[in-house]
Design a protein around this ligand. Structure first.
Ligand code: KG4
Ligand code: ZN
Length: 336
């Protein structure tokens, strides 16, 4: 049986086709980076309109790549939460219309949980139970994942998400959008010990995060204490700031993931979300996992950032009879 999956929670219009056995036949992603770059951030209204224009061609391309026709689809899956409500609505409406027209079941899944599930798809073997770390533009959260249907939130950011902090610091440093890859690029030639930035909550037992103080510390290092604007740093200073900031983010993420492993006693760590594409972070996580004798799951880059293949978590829901009604809504906030 073929599943058609749709993802439109933020600024990627994505559709995927996979089988009941979770074999990915197509994973098409139309990025909107070009549309949002001049605003140096995602503009919700622009994102929603672009989804509207791009979703049907993206679905057609996915079907073409999979080599199947629309009437061969046996189930429609959609990631309906969390995300930008206008953006989500485009995907949810399309999924409902397709399920109704094709007279096939509709299944919904959670975008954050799907990011973790991408680890299982990439590894092709069982993942659960594990600690899940989702690091994206909107979320930084730790979970005790008992199964594909049972995620317990252990902690989350109390202010900015890690990706959000990367995007904002890239702005402060005058780097491009999206900020994560730009900071990573700038950091290559910098000294990660040039600046000692704060590592919030690192020594605290609770599994929450805070990145807003770190972001402000970078701002003051660029413009001076208390100042919020001024000239751009020299390329050398920019590289050192990027490397020191990136190091602080990595230390916190790796440290907190380690604390979650200790607390739960679990021996598997699954990491997902756009920030997991960062090479420096991947190396640091690999080292931590090897030191602790923990099995680390991180998907390849195209399954870290937003995509619809990760909606294959919906197959598990479908197997357990958890279908979605045709009055399914887009839910912007995360509810575990
Ligand atoms: O998961 P994702 O694609 O979208 C959301 O669900 O938010 O994550 C996007 C975030 C952005 O903040 C982006 O700057 C960050 O992932 N990102 C990276 C890298 N590539 C994307 N952060 C650090 N290093 C990267 N290479
Ligand atoms: Zn995401």
């Amino acid at each position: 049986m073929y599943f058609l999956a749709i993802e439109t929670s933020c600024d990627e219009t994505a559709a995927a086709v996979f089988t009941e056995e979770r074999r990915i036949l197509a994973n098409v992603i139309a990025s909107q980076t070009d549309l949002h770059a001049r605003f140096r951030g995602v503009v919700p209204e622009v994102a929603a309109r672009a989804h509207l224009q791009r979703l049907l061609p993206v679905i057609e391309e996915a079907l073409g790549q999979a080599g199947i026709k629309l009437d061969q689809i046996g189930c429609v899956a959609v990631l309906n939460t969390p995300g930008l409500v206008g953006a989500l609505l485009v995907g949810v409406s399309a999924a409902k219309a397709l399920a109704l027209a094709l007279e096939v079941p509709l299944v919904s899944a959670n975008h954050i949980e799907a990011h973790i599930y991408a680890c299982l798809l990439a590894a092709g073997r069982d993942l659960f139970p594990c600690v899940g770390l989702v690091i994206s533009g909107g979320h930084t959260s730790l979970f005790h994942c008992r199964s594909a249907l049972d995620f317990e939130l252990l902690g989350a950011t109390t202010d900015d998400a890690a990706g959000e902090a990367l995007d904002k610091v890239a702005n402060i440093l005058g780097l491009g959008f999206p900020g994560g890859p730009a900071v990573e690029q700038a950091a290559f030639s910098g000294n990660p010990e040039a600046y000692r930035f704060p590592r919030s909550f690192l020594k605290v037992e609770r599994l929450d995060f805070s990145f807003s103080g770190l972001k402000t510390a970078v701002l003051y290092a660029v413009h001076g204490q208390g100042a919020t604007s001024g000239g751009s740093p020299t390329p050398e200073k920019c590289a050192d700031l990027a490397a020191s900031f990136q190091q602080a983010v990595v230390d916190v993420l790796v440290g907190k993931a380690g604390q979650a492993l200790t607390l739960t006693g679990l021996k598997r760590l699954a990491v997902g979300g756009g920030v997991a594409a960062n090479r420096h972070l991947r190396l640091a996580l690999e080292k931590m996992a090897a030191d602790r004798d923990v099995e680390l799951f991180i998907p390849p880059l195209n399954l870290c950032t937003d995509n619809a293949a990760m909606a294959a978590i919906a197959v598990e829901k479908w197997r357990h009879g958890h279908g979605a009604p045709l009055d399914l809504d887009a839910i912007p906030a995360y509810h575990g």
